[in-house]
Ligand binder design. Structure first.
Ligand code: GLY
Length: 384
């Protein structure tokens, strides 16, 4: 590791409270302006546009509202998020932008959360319908869940590392119904993914192609990273956050080994203020950071700590690294000094090669920043 990760003072309860107050202020302001619309994927000049319930990322806004409800107990948040559940049901009914693997992001944070917090039958049923749809993307040849495009389109025969955050919807579906098929597909997918997408040095490919006819693995290719051989920071962060979630359901020790390698590589590539560049090929200079990846990684470290023995060195590493990164985000990466912004976390990147949302707020960065705060503020029953 190139930086001293063990030198920080722990984040105090007052600091967490202050950061959460800012998050709640932004949520209140957005709720007032949006009605039942959603925040867009990334900001422009630090201002999110309002969008309808389309895109892979609308669930993050709903997830933030559920977190606000948990932290405050205020009915206005529950009522707003419950209206979102109806919107997510409607989206499935009308099949609006649902042919991709991100049903996990969408329906875990909107509907599994609603079911866990309120016992809503509608939310449970809607999340299960989304899980069925996601299950339909499982390819027997190759044993993986196809990320994008039509499942019969051979050109689209690939998985992506982000999917580690989508399989919890399937694991949860088996847990809540007792039906094993969701978990079986999820676990097979995770095994295929860990075999091919993690490189021996602990870095990751963003996506991996398989021959559509035979299922034979072909090659790793990036989509949002710097190059096929570099390591897209958010992909690495999805790995750090996703592996503990699959471990939680499977208890497969191989996932802890994969996590350790992935974490070590990530930490060794952090610059002095602990907030990664958008691709881990960069460790210094003027390239943009991706604060969203940092927030995602923090949540993964805090989750993994639930599954590591007290005396394990990994526990100390997770705790210290999570504190250092989150403290840096809280101190230097929020919109507190930017009153025109309706976002939370500055300096995130959506897709640098595509020139979309570069050095802006993005909605998953805001969500995971808030999830990280909640994880430190209370004993959080996660939605995943
Ligand atoms: N899951 C898409 C992204 O991280 O940009």
């Amino acid at each position: 590791m190139s930086i001293d990760i063990f030198s920080q003072q722990p984040i105090t309860a007052e600091q967490l409270q202050e950061a959460m107050s800012h998050a709640l202020q932004q949520i209140d302001r957005n709720l007032e302006q949006l009605g039942d619309q959603f925040l867009g994927l990334s900001s422009e000049n630090l201002i999110y546009p309002a969008i309808d319930n389309i895109s892979w990322a609308t669930g993050f806004w709903t997830g933030m509202i559920w977190l606000a409800y948990e932290v405050t107990g205020h009915d206005k948040y529950r009522e707003a998020a419950e209206r979102h559940v109806i919107s997510f049901k409607d989206r499935l009914d009308r099949e609006v932008d649902i042919d991709h693997h991100d049903l996990g992001f969408l329906y875990t944070l909107s509907c599994v959360s609603a079911y866990k917090l309120t016992g809503s039958g509608l939310a449970r049923e809607t999340a299960l319908r989304a899980a069925d749809h996601l299950l339909g993307r499982f390819k027997e040849k190759g044993a993986f869940i196809q990320a994008w495009g039509e499942v019969n389109n051979g050109q689209e025969s690939r998985l992506i590392i982000d999917s580690l955050m989508n399989v919890p919807l399937l694991f949860w579906a088996s847990e809540t119904t007792g039906r094993p098929q969701y978990e079986q597909a999820a676990y097979e997918h995770v095994r295929t993914l860990t075999k091919h997408i993690f490189r021996p040095d602990g870095s990751t490919y963003h996506t991996y192609y398989f021959d559509a006819e035979s299922g034979r693995p072909i090659k790793g290719v990036t989509h949002q990273g710097h190059s096929d051989s570099s390591c897209w920071a958010r992909g690495q962060a999805w790995g750090i956050a996703g592996l503990p979630l699959s471990y939680r359901y499977t208890k497969d020790p191989a996932l802890i080994d994969a996590y350790k390698n992935t974490l070590q590589y990530y930490l060794a590539r952090l610059p002095g203020d602990y907030v990664n560049y958008w691709d881990l090929v960069f460790t210094q200079g003027d390239e943009p950071r991706d604060s969203s990846a940092a927030a995602i990684a923090v949540c993964g470290m805090l989750e993994m700590n639930k599954w590591v023995e007290q005396e394990d060195e990994l526990k100390r590493l997770n705790t210290q690294a999570a504190q250092c990164i989150l403290q840096s985000l809280m101190t230097s990466y929020t919109t507190k000094g930017f009153p025109h912004s309706n976002g939370l976390l500055l300096h995130a990147v959506y897709a640098k090669p595509q020139k979309v949302g570069v050095d802006e707020c993005n909605i998953w960065g805001d969500y995971f920043y808030m999830e990280a705060l909640v994880r430190l503020m209370k004993d959080w029953e996660l939605y995943w």
